[in-house]
Design a protein around this ligand. Structure first.
Ligand SMILES: NC(=O)c1ccc[n+]([C@@H]2O[C@H](COP(=O)([O-])OP(=O)(O)OC[C@H]3O[C@@H](n4cnc5c(N)ncnc54)[C@H](O)[C@@H]3O)[C@@H](O)[C@H]2O)c1
Ligand SMILES: [Zn+2]
Length: 363
């Protein structure tokens, strides 16, 4: 089993391990029991994941004599709100969960974000464990301790930084993950290749077919490499004050496209075309070579992710959805740009004129 340690600065008791392998469910129980995180475990899971894995997971914990219960909420981003938090909290109280209890987030990013948030505020915080079941959760949201929920005013507006005690990434979960969800995770993996790991980038180029077929060995390799990148960045910049911003590569435009589409375009697709646009901007500003820009576009296209901006989304709506750079009188937008593959820089300021032109060029 692969183990990645996330070391958090000077507070070793907050550091934790990410365990990665195919088919580790049977061993998870023992590892949790050994770590002795809590006396009692409450598994939080969405309706989809719970119906496939909920009971099995409870058996695994109970099998090693750990008292375990399950709380389920309706699947989907629409559940990532204060009502779900308050309903989970009420159930926890009803069950008599106290500070000797721990939560287990069994699911995708929504489950992880909501569970981490509840754990950070329930009785002034109780421990939690991440068991990410979507590819996006395995390579992105389960690492780094950002928790939170959406408000009607916007996504992720209410949240905390709260690190899990352990993360268990079992690639076997991916067997039941729908294709669109799988692609959301792939986009973040490509992003990590582009900003940090040229070898990973080439691996993705070479192994496209095996990845599409969800070959567990290749998945294990790319998930592990991506987790190392994200874990490494979080170690240096836990609270998102500096280098962690490079993880936003492709996201400035990506988020704006996602929002302007009324969320009909998935996060992974929006970020993918956002990465292409950002590579083009980096090329136009004479940072990135045409050859490398082309390689990025090819990889995204071959992976089957979105590489054009649909006509139905207005350029003006995309631009107005991005935060302007206050220091530059509102004519520029802050971007993470690329000098070359594997070398991003986060203080790029890009004029709206150039962004507009790039969006139009991607129709
Ligand atoms: N905390 C962070 O650092 C961070 C980072 C990135 C994204 N996020 C958040 O993560 C969320 C997106 O995560 P997501 O894409 O995992 O969404 P999700 O949790 O909604 O999962 C996507 C869908 O896949 C289903 N699913 C998950 N695992 C499955 C499996 N193994 N088999 C079958 N179905 C399965 C879920 O039920 C859901 O319908 C967003 O809310 C986003 O804001 C957080
Ligand atoms: Zn993302």
């Amino acid at each position: 089993m692969k183990k990645i340690r996330v070391n958090l600065d000077r507070r070793s008791n907050l550091s934790y391990d990410i365990f990665i392998e195919n088919d580790i469910l049977d061993r998870i129980g023992l590892l949790i029991a050994k770590k002795n995180v809590a006396r009692r475990y409450i598994v939080i899971s969405d309706s989809n994941v719970s119906s496939i894995y909920g009971e099995k997971f409870l058996e695994i914990l109970r099998g090693v004599n750990l008292p375990a219960d399950l709380i389920e909420f309706p699947a989907g981003e629409a559940s990532k709100n204060i009502d779900t938090v308050s309903s989970i909290v009420r159930k926890l109280i009803e069950m008599g969960a106290d500070r000797s209890s721990a939560l287990v987030a069994l699911g995708g990013g929504v489950t992880g974000d909501v569970t981490g948030f509840v754990a950070s505020i329930y009785m002034r915080s109780i421990p939690y464990i991440q068991v990410p079941t979507s590819l996006l959760a395995q390579v992105d949201s389960s690492i780094g301790g950002k928790t939170g929920i959406d408000l009607p005013e916007g996504k992720n507006l209410l949240g905390t930084f709260f690190q899990p005690k352990m993360v268990f990434t079992d690639l076997k979960f991916l067997e039941t993950l729908p294709d669109d969800e799988f692609n959301n995770g792939l986009a973040e993996i490509i992003k990590c290749g582009v900003i940090d790991d040229v070898e990973l980038f080439h691996l993705l180029e070479r192994e496209g077919e095996a990845i599409k077929n969800r070959n567990p060995d290749i998945l294990e390799t790319i998930v592990e490499r991506t987790c190392r990148i994200k874990g490494g960045i979080v170690e240096i910049d836990e609270k998102d004050a500096g280098i962690r911003r490079i993880l936003n590569f492709g996201h400035t435009l990506g988020h704006a496209i996602e929002t302007a589409s009324g969320y009909t375009i998935s996060h992974g697709n929006a970020v993918s075309v956002g990465m292409i646009a950002t590579a083009r901007i980096s090329e136009k500003l004479n940072y990135l070579s045409t050859g490398e820009r082309n390689m990025i576009e090819k990889l995204i296209e071959n992976t089957g992710l979105l590489n054009k901006i649909p006509e139905s989304i207005e350029t003006a709506d995309i631009i107005s959805g991005m935060k302007t750079d206050k220091k530059k009188k509102g004519d520029s937008i802050h971007f993470v740009l690329l000098k070359k593959l594997g070398v991003p820089f986060s203080n790029g300021s890009v004029e709206k004129r150039l962004i507009r032109e790039t969006i139009e060029g991607l129709r």
